[in-house]
Write a protein that binds this ligand. Structure first.
Ligand SMILES: [Zn+2]
Ligand SMILES: [Zn+2]
Length: 332
């Protein structure tokens, strides 16, 4: 089968991805093989390709927003039937036994496997998934529409929970790409007032179209104090900016897996009065199931830009350079 691999991590314009021919994988115990229809392009793929995230396996195939159909069952796999549509997310496996898994925080598992980082992902013809970590997808949502829900959507939803905005409260969103545009729809549907801060004309236009209460530049002051905020942009310099916009007792959640260095904070202005700064690390399967149900019920719709799988490297470069609004999705 054909698969893209991260050969030598480096700047996206230097071509860190290469498309290779390799044997199709055979499913092991409790695994299913998925014939990939679509795979979303997540910023994490870019961090992996560029070496911000250290490679955990040589020549790994990136991609963890995978939609496809089950085309082979491994020994003992019985959750899905052949031909069934499934989604394969970032959280590929947890050990189920560490102290975090046992207390219900499997997102903090000390021995996790992540799709497209530890195990081969979706920039390929087929992939494997442990059946317990795949999702059934809402009917009536196309493959292209469903792909971005699987990481951008789920992680954004967890970030929204972490930001702990009360009903009808004021949410700040810093950076407005694939994840933020889905999260904003959930927040708006739940009655929050949403203020968006982002660079890029396309992102600002999309934020306005989706119903943001205000849309400003990345580091603009907020029109009103915020009850919670999410930093989606991988820009540490925005942490103090967002903290200053928070009301007393409010939380800033950092949604990304990678962030540039945070400048020193001014305690009195940026953290005192019980403002909180917290990261968001992966997600539990419960977050995922809950988000997919909610997205279906609220009619959350991804704004997508399709690319043929052969153009995966182009899609990644376009993401790096902010050449589209919403989420890119690769098609086989
Ligand atoms: Zn664990
Ligand atoms: Zn992702």
């Amino acid at each position: 089968m054909r698969a893209w691999v991260v050969e030598t991590p480096g700047p996206v314009d230097s071509g860190p991805l290469r498309r290779v021919e390799r044997p199709g994988p055979e499913p092991g115990t409790s695994q299913v093989r998925v014939r990939i229809s679509c795979c979303g392009v997540c910023r994490t793929d870019l961090h992996l390709a560029e070496g911000d995230l250290p490679p955990r396996r040589p020549a790994v195939t990136p991609g963890h927003e995978i939609v496809g159909h089950v085309d082979a069952l491994g020994p003992g796999a019985r959750r899905f039937s052949l031909g069934e549509r499934v989604g394969v997310p970032w959280l590929g496996r947890t050990d189920g036994t560490c102290r975090y898994c046992r207390r219900g925080d499997e997102n903090l598992c000390t021995r996790p496997l992540f799709t497209g980082w530890d195990v081969d992902g979706g920039y390929a013809d087929t992939c494997l998934v442990d059946e317990g970590f795949a999702y059934r997808l809402p009917e009536g949502v196309s493959d292209e529409q469903a792909a971005p829900l699987l990481c951008a959507g789920i992680i954004g939803y967890r970030a929204l929970l972490c930001a702990a905005v009360p009903p009808g409260g004021r949410l700040g969103i810093y950076g407005f790409g694939g994840s933020a545009h889905l999260t904003a729809q959930v927040a708006l549907a739940q009655g929050m007032r949403v203020h968006v801060f982002t660079r890029g004309e396309q992102n600002r236009r999309l934020a306005g179209e989706l119903g943001g209460d205000s849309v400003g530049g990345a580091a603009d002051p907020s029109p009103e104090p915020l009850d919670g905020a999410i930093l989606f942009a991988p820009a540490g310099e925005l942490v103090p900016v967002a903290l200053r916009a928070l009301d007393r007792g409010a939380t800033l959640a950092v949604a990304g897996i990678w962030l540039s260095d945070i400048p020193s904070l001014v305690y009195a202005d940026e953290l005192f009065e019980e403002r909180r700064l917290r990261s968001v690390t992966a997600n539990t399967r419960e977050d995922g199931e809950e988000f997919l149900r909610l997205a279906d019920r609220l009619g959350v719709r991804a704004t997508t830009v399709g690319y043929p799988m052969a153009d995966a490297a182009v899609a990644l470069a376009d993401l790096a350079h902010g050449r589209f609004g919403g989420a890119a999705v690769l098609h086989n």
